[in-house]
Ligand binder design. Sequence first.
Ligand SMILES: [Zn+2]
Ligand SMILES: [Zn+2]
Ligand SMILES: [Zn+2]
Length: 257
Amino acid sequence: MTVLGCGTSSGVPMIGCDCAVCRSTDPRDTRLRPSIVVDVPGHATILVDTTPDLRQQALTHDIRRVDAILFTHGHADHILGLDEIRRYNHMQGGPIPCHADGQTWDTIRHVFSYAFDGIERLGGGVPKVQAHTIDGPFAVNGVRVVPVPLWHGRMPMLGFRFGSFAYLTDCNRLADEAWALLAGVETLVLDALRDRPHTTHFTVDEAVAVIARIGAPRNYLTHMTHDLGYAATNARLPPGVELAYDGLVVDAQVDID
Ligand SMILES: [Zn+2]
Ligand SMILES: [Zn+2]
Ligand SMILES: [Zn+2]
């Protein structure tokens, strides 16, 4: 699993900000919009969300193939790069299977109406998507994926578990049924926006409390604002909890059908 971006919706540095984190020379303080890629050799390369930074993320990490895309929810920082998959459509010669819940599909079809209206266009192509609606666990080329229901303020959305690894971005509460679905997870990536409370994201302290309850030995925080400098924040986190950074690679065991 590679973290392609661990920044909040504005990214870090933020446009026009002169704070210490936005001006930091530590590369771990530069955060693109939130996404991961799960590469299961011999099976599938699975992208989670298509951020506005997808092109840059794909070039930086030389992502040559995308076998499937999973969407966590329909917010702009998680979907606006969908048009970039045209390059993968071309290289792979077809549409890309994309998995999202019904509400997220409604948003994607609205925002990217040009990709779904069936109108033949001259010139530039449109992203070609093979839409799958998530209604329970599924598999991508044999790689098992368990959707984990989360709350993002009043909006329901999905995290994803792949075997021993789970990715839970953009949430401030786990749904009651999520806890059992996360039993035995060994590596967890969890939303932690900043220290000040927020209506739709965990704070660092709230995330640390959730991490303690889930009990995974390895935990990484994501979706951070410029409030959280990498070095200073990491120094005060409990053992087993670290900030993610763009380019972080973590090995994990997935379940294969
Ligand atoms: Zn700043
Ligand atoms: Zn969101
Ligand atoms: Zn977000």
